[in-house]
Every structure is written in C-alpha cells, then in structure tokens.
Design a protein around this ligand. Structure first.
Ligand SMILES: NC(=O)C1=CN([C@@H]2O[C@H](COP(=O)(O)OP(=O)(O)OC[C@H]3O[C@@H](n4cnc5c(N)ncnc54)[C@H](O)[C@@H]3O)[C@@H](O)[C@H]2O)C=CC1
Ligand SMILES: O=C(O)C(=O)COP(=O)(O)O
Length: 628
C-alpha cells in the first residue's frame, strides 16, 4: 500500500445556514445514521460538540432511510416530521385504553374493527403501522396493498401465526409482538379449563340453567396425584406447570428446545413426545403453531394416548387435527377436551366439536383479562412507537434484536458501513455483476463482543440501493442479498488497539469484478474500500492499494495522477469556477513525482462539463465521481 503521506487541506464545514448536520435536505445515509441514537447524540465534530436533535424523520429513517428520503419530498412526510401531520396507526382489534393513549401521543390512530380483507387492503396504504390481535389475518395481500408505506405490524399478544412473516420481511416491514404481558392470563385460563373440565362446571351450569338438577350425571375426576403433560414448556407452559404443581399434580413436560434445568427448577421432568402423551392423564398444549406443530395431535398420536386422556388447548387450534379429536372423543380414547382456540375462528356454528357434550369451549379468551389487555396494549404500543422512531424493538419477530446500547455505540460505524457499500458499488464497471462481497472488520474486541449484523445489513443496503429500486433495511437486508445472489461474508481481523473503540476500520471487498477506476482494484484483484470513524465522522482511508484520507460527506472525486506541482490548484480552480464547494482533499502518492491518488470531497455534484475538464488535465490518468 502506498505511504499514507496524505495531506488534509480543508476542514469539513457545516453548509451555510445549517444548524444541524441533519437538516431535512441531508442525504438518506445521514438520516440512517442518527436514527440509532434514541433521542440525543453528542458527536464531537471539528473541535466542537454538536448536539444532534433527532426529529422523527431522522430517527425513523433507520428502519427505512431511503424511503424516508423519498418521502421527505412529499408534503405529507415533510409535515410528519414537522409535527403537523403524524404517522398513522391502524388498530384493527380492540386494544386497551392505556395503549391507545400512548399511540395517540405520537400518531393519528384509526381504530377500525372487523374489517374485511378488502377493507383492510383499502386502508393499509395510508398507514405506517398496523396493530392486530389474533383476529386479523395479515396476509401477503395486505403487505402488497400497503405499497411500501406500512413499516411496522404490532401483534398485541404472543402468537404471530396470523401474520405472514415472510411477506413482511420481503416488504421490509418489521413485525413486533407483546410476548410477556398475557402469559399469566393464558396460564390461568389453562388452569381454569383444566379444573372446569375435570368437574364438568360448564355442562352442569348449562344443565341447571335449563332447569335440571343432575348431580349423578356430573361426577368429575380429581386432579391431585394425576399426571399432567405440558406440551411446550415456554412462558405459558411453565406457568401452567407451576400452578398444577400447587394443585398436587405430577407434572411432566415435552419441549425439544427447553432447557432441562429450568424445568427441574420447578420440579418438572422433560420427557419425549411419546412418553408425555402416553403417560399423562391430562395433556395441556402450549406450543406455537408452526409447520412442524400443525395437526401434531392427529389420529396416530391420539392412539398413543392413555385411554380416557383429557386435553386442554389454550395454544392454537391448528395444532390439533379437529376431525381426529372428534373421532378420539367418540371412540373414548379422549374422554374430555377443553378448547379455547380453534383451527378456524370463530368455528362454524354447527361445529360438532363445539357442540360435543364432553367438550368445554371458550371463545379464545386466554389473554382476555383486564390486566393482561392493559399490559399487552402498553407493551405493543411502546414497541410500535419505538419501531416507528427507528429504535430496534426488543420484541422484533423478523429482525435481529440489537440492544439499544449496542446500537448507539455502533451508530457512526453503521453510517460508515452504508457509505462504504455505496462507494464500492459505484466503483464497479464493465457489467461484471457483483457476486461476492466480503466485509472485513478490524477490531481489538473479541468476536463475541462485537455484533456486526447491523453493519453487514448496512453494507448490503449501500450496495443494493444505488443499483435497484429496492429499499433495504435491517429487516430485509439478508433476504434481498439472497434474492440478488449476493454472497456476503464477514471476516474479523484482530487490531491491537483499545477495546473501548469497537472498530478500527471496515473494509468492503467486491470479488471478481472490473472497476471503472482501476486504482480501486487491490493487489488481491478485488475492489477494496476501507473506512474508519474519526471523531464520530466516517472517513475513507484507502481505495484499492492506495491510502487516502477524506471524510465521507457530500460527494467524492477520486483522481489518479502523476504527482506534480499545481494539480490541486488546477482541479480546485475548475471546481471553484463551477461553484462546487470542496469540503476535504487528500493526496497520497507512491513516491515523489510518481503516481498519486487525490481524493476530493465536494458538497455539490459538479456539472458534467467540470468533470470533463478535470478528466482532460493531462497528468490525470483516471478519475471517478462518486455520490455518497
Ligand atoms: N389462548 C390465548 O389467548 C393465548 C394463547 N397463547 C399461545 O400459547 C402458545 C405459547 O405461548 P408462550 O408460552 O408465550 O410462548 P413461548 O414461545 O414462551 O413458548 C412456546 C414453547 O413451545 C416450545 N415448542 C416449540 N415447538 C414445540 C414442539 N414441537 N413441541 C413442544 N414444544 C414446542 C418452544 O420451545 C417454547 O418453549 C402460543 O401459541 C401462543 O400463541 C398465548 C397467550 C394467550
Ligand atoms: O397472545 C396470543 O397468542 C393470543 O392468542 C391472544 O390472542 P388475542 O390477542 O386475545 O386475540
């Protein structure tokens, strides 16, 4: 690599009249950059501490910097960030008042319940977020009808089987849920159904109301000493287990993914699926509905059950083959069932299962307590508002969860990563197509101590957005990379420095490509650009095998020239005559009077004519203009 004898000429300056680096006219990458810091972020710039106040569009932009940048050109979005118009949140099912109040502080809230699919599709392109419970099917059609406006779907509860996560991801829409606030309610409902079923409470109640007094008919079974199999030992399952232990039951559980010590800690033994269902008197279902759990309780598995077993389902109707359950009830394999959830909700009015004498039913009431609904509403409102502000929700279902402290630490590197991707892709020439991208992180931290997912996503964004109409964010970056056949690999290089600083530099390598600026090809034959964060500002520090030193603001001109006096002046004059403000300039040479690379940061895009005149300077061997 050429010696880093760079000469920095002009200190970067804030454009006249700008009080913040992040004025609305600023590029998408700036917007993306600051969105990580939750509210305020102090960046020591050019010897002075500049307070960056995050306006909503800026914060939000992290989720969708390019879209926001486009939106900023529209009246609606411009107003949104000014506070005149605000984001719109559609709430399609009943949500607790406390949650609605939180939403209303931040957005316009449209509570429209019982929408048909057509009505939902009709509204959704006017909404930035949608909040649902289990009754709204958020299908691919809905995401497509959103035409890119919908940024967040909030599921006010746990199960997200009613949301097409793949379609959400493909459309860059974040899905968040509220996974904890209804756990106890669901567990209590499970216990309520268990005890009610064992003692025929619902049937006896209906009988009395019909004027009967049937004491012999409704003799129940005792729970104490009986075996309960908890199928799915997650949040709800373990709370059910804890309560069932209190009722004197012997509790076993099946969950392929649950840690045995967590079960042991509450006196529950984890067993295989077959052992659980074949030894239990009561089987309580608490697993999610997924392709692998769909209809897992079927004819074959009912046959394995202890004769006369009793089943409780507060999870999802779809985990049971309902026709098979009916057969098992009728042939006595299963003596009773208590169901809160159904494959189709509401089930058909003539459902034989609902009408069955030995089946106790409730209309999906597991989460329906005053307390749980209040909690869920607040949990989801905070998650959705946070996501609209660009914070990464801790309950994101289709995006990597990056803790907020990691985000704020990595914020300047995130900007750097996007800019390096953007630069690298603009250096590609010759229609070679990009296949392999390698991101190299030089860091003194151990790999476990540096979460690079967000950086990789932003490199992808930087590479993909300039060459496509796609917008890329953390939600869809990996998906889009895969779609475009981009293999993104990462490499860590140990840097002997302070672990206080997360990264020394980031390199982006594009393999097997030609470049329109031959000097960008390194000795290894790849386009390589490397950057570093200095004083909170991303800098380009090498291109190909040449060292440079230029802050990555505005745009960039790279020239390779024969090192000789007067070059800076000649290029500077042409730019000056074109009213293009130079923000930064560095020259790096292999040796005096040999080859040199001049990197010039410019605020404006030079006119074609100015670029042509620069290209005509005899000593300039090649040059390229890059938009950052
Ligand atoms: N009826 C209602 O109103 C409510 C229903 N639910 C439902 O209850 C279920 C559980 O909720 P949480 O406990 O909060 O979720 P969770 O994610 O904490 O627990 C689910 C557990 O199921 C396990 N699991 C996954 N596949 C399994 C399999 N094939 N066999 C056995 N276990 C498996 C997972 O390892 C996990 O431990 C979800 O389906 C949720 O939608 C939750 C709240 C209210
Ligand atoms: O949280 C869950 O998974 C539930 O099933 C609760 O559903 P709901 O919000 O009451 O429609």
């Amino acid at each position: 690599m050429a010696s880093p004898a760079s000469t920095a000429f002009t200190a970067p300056q804030l454009p006249a009249g700008r009080t913040s680096l992040f004025s609305p006219s600023v590029s998408s990458s700036y917007l993306a950059s600051i969105s990580f810091a939750r509210s305020r972020f102090r960046a020591p710039l050019f010897g002075q501490a500049l307070r960056l106040t995050l306006h909503p569009p800026m914060i939000y932009a992290f989720c969708d910097a390019s879209r926001i940048n486009r939106d900023l050109r529209t009246k609606a979005a411009a107003a949104a960030w000014g506070g005149e118009a605000r984001p719109t949140i559609l709430v399609s099912e009943k949500l607790g008042e406390a949650g609605l109040a939180l939403l209303r502080e931040f957005a316009n809230v449209d509570c429209s319940y019982n929408l048909s699919l057509e009505e939902l599709c009709g509204k959704i392109s006017l909404c930035d977020a949608l909040i649902v419970r289990s009754g709204t099917k958020v299908t691919r059609e809905v995401f497509e009808a959103a035409k890119g406006r919908l940024k967040v779907v909030g599921r006010a509860g746990v199960g997200i089987d009613n949301v097409d996560l793949q379609a959400a991801t493909e459309n860059g829409c974040l899905v968040v849920n509220a996974p904890t606030a209804n756990t106890v309610a669901a567990a209590e409902h499970g216990i309520a159904l268990l005890t009610a079923m064992a003692r025929n409470v619902a049937q006896a109640d209906a009988s009395m109301k019909a004027g009967k007094w049937q004491r012999n008919k409704y003799v129940g079974v005792s729970l104490v000493g009986k075996t309960l199999a908890v199928m799915g030992f997650g949040k709800v399952g373990s709370e059910v287990a804890r309560r069932a232990k209190g009722l004197g039951m012997h509790v076993i559980a099946h969950d392929p993914y649950a840690p045995a010590d967590r079960a042991r800690a509450i006196g529950v033994e984890l067993v295989s699926f077959d052992e659980a269902i074949s030894t239990a008197d009561f089987i309580s279902l608490h697993m999610p509905l997924t392709p692998s759990t769909s209809k897992i309780f079927n004819d074959e598995n009912f046959l394995k059950m202890k004769k006369g077993a009793r089943i409780i389902n507060v999870a999802r109707g779809g985990v049971i083959d309902e026709d098979a359950l009916l057969r098992a009830l009728d042939n006595g394999t299963v003596s009773q069932a208590a169901l809160d959830v159904f494959a189709e909700e509401p089930p058909p009015a003539d459902s034989k299962l609902v009408q069955h004498e030995r089946v106790t039913v409730t209309p999906h009431l597991g989460a329906s307590t005053t307390e749980a609904q209040e909690g869920v509403a607040i949990e989801i409102a905070e998650a959705v508002v946070g996501a609209l502000k660009g914070e990464l929700a801790a309950t994101a279902v289709n995006a990597p969860m990056v803790p907020s402290e990691v985000l704020s630490e990595l914020a300047p590197y995130v900007i750097l990563a996007e800019k390096l991707g953007r630069l690298a892709v603009q250096l590609v020439g010759g229609g070679s197509g990009i296949k392999g991208v390698k991101v190299v992180y030089k860091s003194s931290r151990s790999p476990d101590d540096l979460d690079t997912r967000i950086l990789r996503a932003m490199v992808t964004k930087g590479i993909v957005e300039p060459i496509s109409s796609l917008f890329v964010n953390l939600v869809n970056a990996d998906y889009i990379a895969k779609q475009r056949g981009l293999r993104i690999s990462e490499e860590r290089v140990f840097h002997d420095g302070s672990p206080e600083i997360p990264l020394d530099s980031i390199q982006v390598h594009l393999a097997n490509v030609e470049s329109k600026f031959a000097s960008a090809i390194s000795d290894s034959g790849e386009i390589v650009v490397e950057g570093r964060v200095k004083d909170g500002i991303p800098h380009l520090i090498s291109v190909g095998s040449f060292s440079v030193d230029v802050s990555l603001e505005g745009n960039l001109i790279l020239c390779r020239q024969i090192d000789q006096p007067g070059m800076i002046g000649r290029v500077g004059n042409i730019l000056g005559e074109n009213n293009v403000n130079v923000s930064f300039m560095s020259v790096c040479r292999t040796a005096p009077r040999k080859q040199a690379i001049m990197a010039i940061g410019v605020d404006e895009k030079p006119h074609k004519e100015a670029l042509r005149r620069i290209g005509e300077i005899a000593a300039i061997e090649e040059f390229v203009f890059l938009q950052i």
